[in-house]
Design a protein around this ligand. Structure first.
Ligand code: ZEM
Length: 291
């Protein structure tokens, strides 16, 4: 209320956090992982994406502000299976920096993951506030369903406010990480370099012959030649739709363009639903290799 805000003492300096230091602390635990491909980078990125990708531009609900995935029912949504590993892993950084909100911590972890795995610099702005009640949880069904095709993918990302070009750029994150049968039910990595940020998702998608995987699991694709790589039905949507495919082809040819478009789209994703005045300081972090 107005009365409350006027009671805030101007003599109490607002705590300023050293975000590069927190960035470095997250970078320090990135390889504290002895399963998967030896990196928490991909799952930190998936956490940041699932926190933000619940945004609905019409109702202006969802998004990374609030960190509502800490609470059931959102923590139990099928799409979020496995993300507890990432939330728990980041707890040590929260303990060292109690003043950072979980919502800032998770979105910053997405930036650290991308940059430390060799991706572009992602501009980042702090100031997200955690919701303290579970009633603020996003409804289930806002994140994309991997079993669906182009129109579903488009509907989901248009709801957040993205266009076709941004959609394709964002899904290029599937250069990183893998699917886990005990989480999503799908299996395998998209690329042979799942801990390095490259445009290889688009190259593999275009260049390989993709066939139905013969197994008892959900419908997915496997590359005919090696049998080691995978695509989700929703990944194949980017080839099936001609307006998506234009961008798959551009990004497969031009990694610099992909990195530039991805950085802008990912920054936009992390800003969805976060109240801003326009005067905020924008941070550009140095990868730890350059400190
Ligand atoms: Zn993903 N993603 N994603 N994604 N994703 C998975 C894993 C990862 C979709 C999807 O269903 C799945 C974006 C878009 C879309 C990452 C980042 C981003 C998995 C496997 C599935 C099923 C989960 C598991 O089993 O562990 C669909 C349908 C998408 C849109 C059409 C966007 C956008 C992303 C970031 C910008 C990442 C990094 C992973 C790997 C996680 C890991 O643990 O290795």
């Amino acid at each position: 209320s107005a009365a409350n805000s006027s009671e805030v003492s101007p003599t109490i300096a607002k705590e300023t956090l050293d975000y590069q230091k927190i960035y470095n602390q997250i970078a320090d635990i990135l390889e504290d992982n002895d399963w998967d491909d030896g990196s928490n980078g991909p799952i930190f990125l998936r956490l940041a994406w699932h926190a933000a990708g619940t945004y609905d531009k019409e109702s202006k609900t969802g998004g990374s502000n609030g960190a509502t995935m800490r609470f059931a029912p959102e923590s139990d949504h099928g799409a979020n299976a496995g993300l507890k590993h990432a939330r728990d892993k980041l707890e040590s950084v929260k303990q060292k920096n109690p003043a950072i909100s979980y919502s800032d911590l998770w979105s910053l972890a997405g930036v650290v993951a991308i940059q430390e795995m060799g991706g572009p610099t992602i501009p980042w702005i702090p100031g997200r506030k955690d919701a303290d009640v579970a009633t603020a949880c996003s409804p289930d069904g806002r994140l994309p369903d991997a079993s669906q095709g182009p129109s579903h993918v488009r509907d989901i990302f248009y709801r957040m406010g993205f266009d076709d070009r941004e959609i394709v750029a964002l899904v290029g994150a599937h250069a990183l990480g893998r699917c886990h049968t005990d989480r999503s039910g799908y299996h395998g990595p998209w690329t042979f370099s799942p801990t390095t940020f490259t445009n290889s998702f688009f190259k593999e998608l275009l260049d390989r012959k993709w066939v139905d995987k013969k197994w008892k699991g959900p419908k997915q694709f496997v590359d005919k030649e090696s049998g080691d790589l995978m695509m989700l039905p929703a990944d194949m949507a980017l080839l099936q739709d001609k307006n998506f495919k234009v961008w798959v082809e551009k990004y497969a040819k031009d990694e610099e363009l992909f990195c530039k478009d991805f950085a802008a789209a990912f920054h936009k994703l992390e800003e969805l639903g976060v109240p801003r005045s326009g005067n905020e300081k924008v941070y550009h972090f140095k990868p730890t290799g350059e400190n």
